[in-house]
Design a protein around this ligand. Structure first.
Ligand SMILES: CC(C)(COP(=O)(O)OP(=O)(O)OC[C@H]1O[C@@H](n2cnc3c(N)ncnc32)[C@H](O)[C@@H]1OP(=O)(O)O)[C@@H](O)C(=O)NCCC(=O)NCCS
Length: 178
């Protein structure tokens, strides 16, 4: 298996992987929704505001993670991880955790100071995230599951308290994702 940054030519294969994976786990409608989210994140977001990493096996993309920028007025480099998809037949082999660690390491090397995500704490705590409150760092949109709001510092400092609501990129700025 290889872990690497995506290239623009991978976009359609990534959309198909995300659509298939979420259709299997959450149903066809959710599959389409999150597949479109992945596509829009990759096609509508300025290059400086998005990172995408893929896992490849036999030249096929079997896993994908996307980080996009959260914009604060104060000077801090923050990205949010969403979505994460590992092809159904490759799940529970540690690939998700390896890919997320690889992505976080690359963000760190690029000077990103803080990573957030919104998902199952039981899973994301395995790769260094911890639950935070919206008093600690506000979310850009109203959270349906506040217990899924998670963060990790990518520096030697603790997770900073930020008294400011960030903006997310346009593709993520839809209430149905939150
Ligand atoms: C969730 C997902 C990304 C995990 O990737 P993965 O490569 O299968 O996970 P790993 O092999 O790295 O880690 C496995 C461990 O994580 C936990 N885990 C796996 N899937 C989980 C899930 N859906 N919820 C909670 N914990 C999960 C389990 O503890 C598992 O360990 P176990 O097999 O010993 O019980 C993958 O299953 C997936 O793409 N699921 C469908 C889409 C999705 O739900 N994406 C995340 C929301 S954005």
């Amino acid at each position: 298996m290889q872990l690497q940054a995506y290239t623009f030519a991978d976009t359609t294969e990534i959309k198909d992987l995300v659509t298939r994976t979420f259709s299997d786990s959450e149903g066809v409608d959710e599959g389409k929704l999150i597949g479109n989210l992945a596509f829009e994140l990759l096609t509508e977001t300025p290059e400086k505001d998005v990172f995408c990493f893929i896992a490849k096996e036999n030249n096929a993309i079997i896993g994908c993670i996307i980080f996009s920028r959260l914009i604060f007025v104060r000077d801090i480099q923050v990205f949010i991880l969403a979505p994460v998809a590992i092809a159904t037949e490759f799940q529970r082999q540690g690939i998700g955790q390896k890919l997320i660690r690889f992505g976080l390491q690359t963000l760190k090397l690029n000077g990103i100071e803080l990573a957030l995500t919104y998902g199952d704490p039981n899973y994301y705590c395995k790769v260094g995230f911890q639950p935070i409150s919206e008093q600690h760092i506000p979310a850009p949109l109203k959270l349906t599951y506040p217990h899924g709001w998670l963060a990790q510092s990518l520096t030697n400092n603790p997770i900073p308290k930020i008294n400011e609501k960030p903006k997310c990129v346009r593709a993520l700025a839809k209430p149905e994702y939150w």
